[in-house]
Write a protein that binds this ligand. Structure first.
Ligand SMILES: *Cc1c(COP(=O)(O)O)cnc(C)c1O
Length: 428
């Protein structure tokens, strides 16, 4: 396949946009080569600026769970746009999507809409601190909660009592309030809590991790966090920006029947427009301004186009809950097909999967946390990525990403994908 025009556009973009992209992972730095510039997309397919058709397994990093340009979502946006695109005043559609979201998600009474997953997680942490009157937070290595300062943290030299910045620009003062734990390691969390008695406001976690490949929680891990939080008066924040309205209508809380104290959303909830949200019980949400003292705001929050897209998307998911089973079945099919193709050519690998999230790791060991995810052979991944791309299959340009299965993918598309894996496997 030719990607000449994409490369030319990338060269132009680099002159006026840092690295040519508005979000780093788009730049193919982890795999080499130039990113593909997309012209349009429909259903399961991307059409790029060179006229290539690609089967899409990124789907805007999750939002397009029903496929690209899904007609009810597009119609809702077009209709709304004609009535004005932003007012900075309350609109009825905000209440409608809030009612629907609260009815779909267990254990929450109120929801506040923001513009991104980053904002949702940042605000959820502030709310947890305001509610508990404590400063420190625990996050897990390899979990991503957006690019706000408190989350860009690595383990510090005194790792049990403070973290250190992992991006220039994050101050040591901010970093010292974030503690880093290992995913799926309850004893590690307990150690951190005991070393910071009465100082921890919240534990924030991707309840099914999706930013180091797909890593499901080990049996009892989330339950263990729940009871540690109850015992030590710590709020449990489920970052469901990726998993919310994807793994089940009510997200991971519903899937594993376990309650979080605050839940954050993004991606699917906006139907492909810039939306994030956070939700909790009244007792917690009533601490937010203007009702309570914890400040949080946004000029474009609850934007009518974004709310219309999100409302159309959630309505579709709410009315056809079978979609989650269909997605899971397609993912199982893909898993089996890819595993068979790789095994046939003796390519060492591990595949992780839950619901419509799946990741292929080029290492024989189980991938259960950031350390094991990092052991994957990146040279093999690069060959795999470019082999797929050359044959019309678009997967994330990084070994640490989940693939997102959409309802628009047909079994024919899956077979085509598996055939490509089989074709390129001997070169890996
Ligand atoms: C994508 C993501 C975020 C950040 O959302 P943005 O909209 O990119 O700011 C936060 N948490 C998780 C789990 C995510 O997958």
């Amino acid at each position: 396949m030719l990607y000449q025009r994409s490369s030319a556009l990338f060269n132009e973009a680099k002159k006026v946009i840092p690295g040519g992209v508005n979000s780093p992972v788009r730049a193919f730095k982890a795999v080499g080569g130039d990113p593909i510039f997309v012209k349009k997309a429909k259903g399961a397919y991307l059409y790029d600026e060179d006229g290539n058709r690609l089967i899409d397994y990124i789907n805007s990093w999750g939002p397009m769970i029903l496929g690209h340009a899904h007609p009810p979502v597009v119609d809702a946006v077009v209709t709304k746009a004609k009535l004005g695109t932003s007012f900075g005043m309350p609109t009825e559609i905000e209440t409608k999507i809030a009612e629907l979201a609260v009815s779909m998600v267990p254990n929450v009474d109120k929801i506040r809409f923001v513009n991104s997953g980053t904002e949702a997680c940042m605000s959820a942490v502030r709310l947890a601190r305001g509610f508990t009157g404590k400063d420190k937070i625990i996050k897990f290595a390899g979990c991503y909660h957006g690019h706000s300062d408190s989350f860009l943290i690595q383990a510090g030299s005194g790792a049990v009592t403070f973290g250190s910045p992992n991006s220039p620009g994050v101050t040591a003062g901010t970093a010292k309030d974030t503690l880093l734990a290992e995913y799926n390691n309850l004893a590690n969390v307990e150690t951190l809590i005991n070393a910071n008695k009465n100082e921890i406001a919240c534990i924030i976690i991707e309840p099914v991790a999706g930013n180091m490949g797909c890593i499901p929680p080990a049996e009892g891990f989330l339950e263990g966090l729940r009871s540690l939080c109850d015992k030590h008066n710590i709020l449990l924040i489920f970052d469901e920006v990726m998993t919310g309205f994807r793994l089940a209508a009510g997200g991971v809380q519903e899937l594993f029947t376990i309650n979080a104290d605050i839940v954050t959303f993004g991606k699917v909830i906006g139907g492909g427009l810039p939306v994030g949200a956070f939700a909790a019980r009244n007792e917690i949400m009533n601490h937010l301004a203007p009702l309570g003292p914890v400040y949080q705001a946004g000029t474009l929050s609850g934007n009518p186009l974004a709310m219309a897209a999100g409302y159309a998307m959630l309505t579709e998911l709410n009315e056809d809950k079978e979609v989650f089973n269909r997605l899971a079945e397609k993912t199982v099919y893909l898993h089996k097909g890819i595993a068979q193709a790789l095994n046939k050519h003796k390519v060492t690998h591990t595949i992780n999967r839950l619901g419509s999230m799946i990741s292929v790791h080029f290492d024989a060991q189980p991938v259960i946390d950031f350390t094991s995810a990092a052991k994957g052979n990146n040279e093999t991944f690069k060959k795999f990525f470019h082999g797929m791309l050359e044959n019309g299959i678009y997967i994330a340009p990084s070994a640490f990403e989940t693939w997102f299965i959409t309802d628009a993918l047909t079994y024919k598309d899956l077979d085509e994908t598996i055939a490509v894996v089989e074709k390129i496997a001997p070169t890996l």
